[in-house]
Ligand binder design. Structure first.
Ligand SMILES: [Zn+2]
Length: 151
């Protein structure tokens, strides 16, 4: 299995702690960030990873397609599922959280809970993370409210 987290990354950042705004957060070296991007997609990303126009927005749905908000890589047609165009890693949740130095008690029987991480094949941006059981099929893409109401 490809490593999904940097074991040398700082482990003292917790959201529950009120950080001192005058102390800069640790920044991973550029070489480490590039290695994380390569690990996500299994190779060197072809496109530059840029900050999306809005924080927390990883996908664009315009011009008849779903695309990456960081590099404009087209992932699917407008009526399709953007997940079809993403590179997906699926890891049992206990195993994935262990790489983040967190503990989740694993189920001893099925269905198991998994973490499905979707990455842009162009720039390796994280597009979305689904927590699901291993029996659950891929989640559908969001649809506009008007479409859902017409069904
Ligand atoms: Zn991208």
């Amino acid at each position: 299995m490809r490593p999904l987290a940097d074991p040398a990354a700082p482990t003292t950042r917790f959201a529950a702690v009120d950080p001192d705004p005058t102390v800069p957060l640790p920044v991973r070296p550029a070489a480490l960030r590039e290695q994380i991007r390569r690990d996500r997609i299994g190779g060197t990303p072809a496109k530059e990873l840029k900050a999306p126009p809005s924080i927390g927005i990883a996908l664009n749905r315009s011009g008849g397609t779903w695309s990456c908000a960081s590099c404009d890589e087209v992932l699917a047609e407008n009526d399709g599922n953007w997940r079809d165009g993403a590179i997906v890693t699926e890891t049992p949740i206990a195993e994935r959280y262990a790489t983040l130095e967190m503990i989740v008690r694993d189920r001893q029987e099925g269905p198991r809970v998994t973490v499905r991480e979707h990455f842009c094949p162009g720039c390796a941006a994280s597009l979305g993370v689904d927590v699901a059981t291993d029996e659950l099929e891929r989640l559908p893409a969001a649809q506009p409210l008007g479409v859902a109401a017409a069904v």
